[in-house]
Design a protein around this ligand. Structure first.
Ligand code: BG6
Length: 488
C-alpha cells in the first residue's frame, strides 16, 4: 500500500482541545498504541487555540482517555502514547504558527509522512488548507501528505462543490479522507461479509424474496450543547446525508467485482444514483421533539435547548421511503428513520421477507409473522434471524422463534471503536471506509431535493414528545402500505 521512502509519520490534529479529539481520537490512538499498530517513531502534534503547555495538555488528554475508555487502562501504554504528543498553540489563520509548525516537523523528522486531521468546525477547513499550501506543507518528495476532513462536508451541493474544488486543488482525491464514522462501525463492515460470504443469503437478497427494508438509527440524546450547529444542520444534514445513506448503500449495493476500494465505492455510488433516478417516488415525514420524560426525568423540548430559536422549524426527526430504480430492488421500499430524543438508542437494519403463498394453508395463518433478518449495529452488535416453527404439541400451529448471534455480548468480543479503525486506515492509506467525492456529491443532490420539498411544507412543530418513537406521520408512512416499523 505505502511505497514511499519516508517511513515515519506525524499526525497533526487541528482542533486538539475539542470534544472530538478528547472523546474519540485520543482514545482511538490509545488502542492503536495498545495493539502496536503505530510505529515507534510516530508522533502527534496537537494544535489548539487555547493557552497550554504540552505537559498540561497531556494531563488533560490522559484524563479524557481514562473517562472515555471503558476497560482498565494500561499505564505503560498510556505513558508511551503521552510521550508522542506535543501541543502547539496557534490560531488557524496564524501565519507565524504555520512557519513554526513547518520548522518543528522538520526538526522531528526530516523525512516524514503527514496526516492532517481537521477536527474543527467547517468554517476553518478552507483557511487551514490554504495555509498548509502556502507554507509548502502539502507535498514532499518521497513522502505522503493526507488530509482527514470531518463532516459536515458542505451544507448543500453548492457549498460542498466549492469546498471540494478548494481541497482538490491542493490535495489529490486519493489523499482526501472524508470521514463518516458509521463506516468504521464493525457491523457495517460485517455487512459485506454477511451478504457476500453466505451462500444462503445472496440468492434471496432481492425483490423476489424481500418485502421491505427498514433502516433505523434512533437516539435518546437531544442536541445537548450543539444547538447552534444543529440549527444550521437539522437531521437531514446531520444524519441522513451521510450515515443513513451509507447504511442504504451497503444494504442495497450489487456485489463488487473485487473488494478493492474502487470497486466497492463504484457499487455504492450506483445505489445513490438509482435512488436519485426515483426522486419523485420519495416520501418523507419529519418531526421536532417536544418536552417529555426520558428515564423518568423531564427533558426540554428542542425549542427550549440552548442556542436554539424559540420558534425554530428545524427537524430533529426524519423518516423516508425510498424506491431504487434497479432490477434487484424493483418496488421494494427502503424505509429509513432517524431522530433525536426517541425512546431507545438503537441502530438496526431489518430485512423483512415476503410471505410464502402456502402459508395461508396453516390454521393460524393470519397470525404468522414474516421472516426477518435483523442486522444489529448499536448498542448490540449482531444478527438475529426470526423464522417460523411448529409449536410443540399442536397439530400445525406456527410460532415465531429467534436465532441470535450477538457479537459484543455473548462472545465477549469487544469491537474497536469506529475512529480506531478509520484512523488506522487513513494512516496506512486505505480509503475504502471513507467517502469519495462522487458519493458525497450524489448524496447532496438527493438531500437538496428533500430539503426543497420540506421547504414547501407547512410544519406543525413540535410534533412528537421526547421519549416516544417519533411523530405520527412516521407511522403513517408505513401504515398506509400495510406495514409497521419493526424496531419499537
Ligand atoms: C454524529 C451526529 O455524526 O452522529 C450526531 O453529528 C449523532 O448528532 C451521532 O448523535 C450519532 O452517532 P452514533 O455512533 O452514536 O450513532
Amino acid at each position: 500500500m505505502d511505497t514511499h521512502e519516508c517511513k515515519s509519520t506525524v499526525l497533526i490534529i487541528f482542533g486538539a482541545t475539542g470534544d472530538l479529539t478528547h472523546r474519540k481520537l485520543m482514545p482511538a490512538l490509545y488502542f492503536l498504541e495498545k495493539e502496536k499498530k503505530i510505529s515507534d517513531d510516530f508522533q502527534i502534534i496537537a494544535i489548539g487555540r487555547r493557552n497550554k503547555t504540552s505537559e498540561s495538555y497531556i494531563e488533560e488528554i490522559v484524563d479524557s482517555i481514562k473517562s472515555n475508555v471503558s476497560e482498565r487502562l494500561n499505564h505503560e501504554i498510556l505513558e508511551k502514547l503521552a510521550k508522542r504528543i506535543q501541543y502547539h498553540r496557534q490560531t488557524f489563520a496564524d501565519d507565524l504558527g504555520y512557519q513554526k509548525l513547518h520548522n518543528d516537523i522538520e526538526a522531528i523528522h526530516t523525512c516524514c509522512n503527514i496526516l492532517y486531521y481537521l477536527a474543527v468546525a467547517p468554517e476553518y477547513f478552507d483557511v487551514i488548507i490554504e495555509k498548509l499550501e502556502r507554507y509548502n506543507m502539502t507535498q514532499k518528495e518521497g513522502a505522503w501528505r493526507r488530509v482527514v476532513i470531518e463532516k459536515p462536508f458542505g451544507r448543500d451541493l453548492t457549498t460542498a462543490e466549492a469546498l471540494n474544488s478548494r481541497i482538490s486543488s491542493i490535495f489529490e482525491e486519493k489523499d482526501i479522507y472524508r470521514i463518516d464514522h458509521y463506516l468504521g462501525k464493525e457491523m457495517l463492515q460485517n455487512m459485506l461479509v454477511l451478504r457476500f460470504a453466505n451462500a444462503f443469503l445472496e440468492p434471496i437478497w432481492n425483490h423476489q424474496h424481500i418485502d421491505n427494508v427498514q433502516i433505523s438509527s434512533c437516539e435518546t440524546l437531544g442536541v445537548e450543547t450543539r444547538g447552534a450547529y444543529y440549527e444550521s444542520s437539522g437531521i437531514l444534514r446531520d444524519m441522513v446525508q451521510n450515515h443513513m445513506l451509507q447504511l442504504v448503500m451497503l444494504t442495497a449495493m450489487e456485489p463488487p467485482k473485487s473488494f478493492s476500494e474502487k470497486h466497492i465505492r463504484d457499487e455504492k455510488l450506483k445505489v445513490l444514483e438509482s435512488l436519485t433516478e426515483n426522486m419523485e417516488k420519495i416520501e418523507t415525514a419529519c418531526g421536532q421533539y417536544d418536552s417529555g420524560t426520558m428515564d423518568k426525568k423531564a427533558v426540554a423540548s428542542y425549542r427550549q435547548e440552548d442556542k436554539v430559536a424559540g420558534n425554530s422549524n428545524v427537524a430533529t426527526f426524519a423518516a423516508m421511503k425510498f424506491i431504487l430504480n434497479n432490477e434487484r430492488w424493483k418496488d421494494v421500499p427502503f424505509y429509513v428513520r432517524t431522530g433525536k430524543r426517541l425512546e431507545q438508542k438503537v441502530t438496526e437494519v431489518v430485512i423483512e421477507f415476503k410471505h410464502l403463498p402456502q402459508m395461508k394453508n396453516f390454521e393460524n395463518s393470519e397470525h404468522i409473522k414474516p421472516n426477518t433478518l435483523v442486522i444489529k449495529i448499536h448498542p448490540e452488535e449482531g444478527i438475529e434471524f426470526k423464522f417460523n416453527t411448529k409449536k410443540p404439541r399442536t397439530i400445525n400451529d406456527v410460532v415465531p422463534v429467534n436465532m441470535n448471534f450477538c457479537q459484543n455480548c455473548e462472545t465477549g468480543v469487544s469491537s474497536p471503536e469506529a475512529y480506531e479503525r478509520l484512523l488506522h486506515d487513513a494512516l496506512r492509506g486505505d480509503a475504502t471506509l471513507f467517502t469519495r467525492w462522487d458519493e458525497v456529491k450524489q448524496s447532496w443532490i438527493l438531500i437538496d431535493a428533500i430539503l426543497a420539498k420540506w421547504g414547501k411544507k407547512t410544519l406543525h412543530f413540535p410534533n412528537y414528545k421526547a421519549g416516544t418513537w417519533g411523530p405520527e406521520t412516521a407511522h403513517e408512512l408505513l401504515g398506509k402500505d400495510g406495514r409497521r416499523w419493526w424496531v419499537e
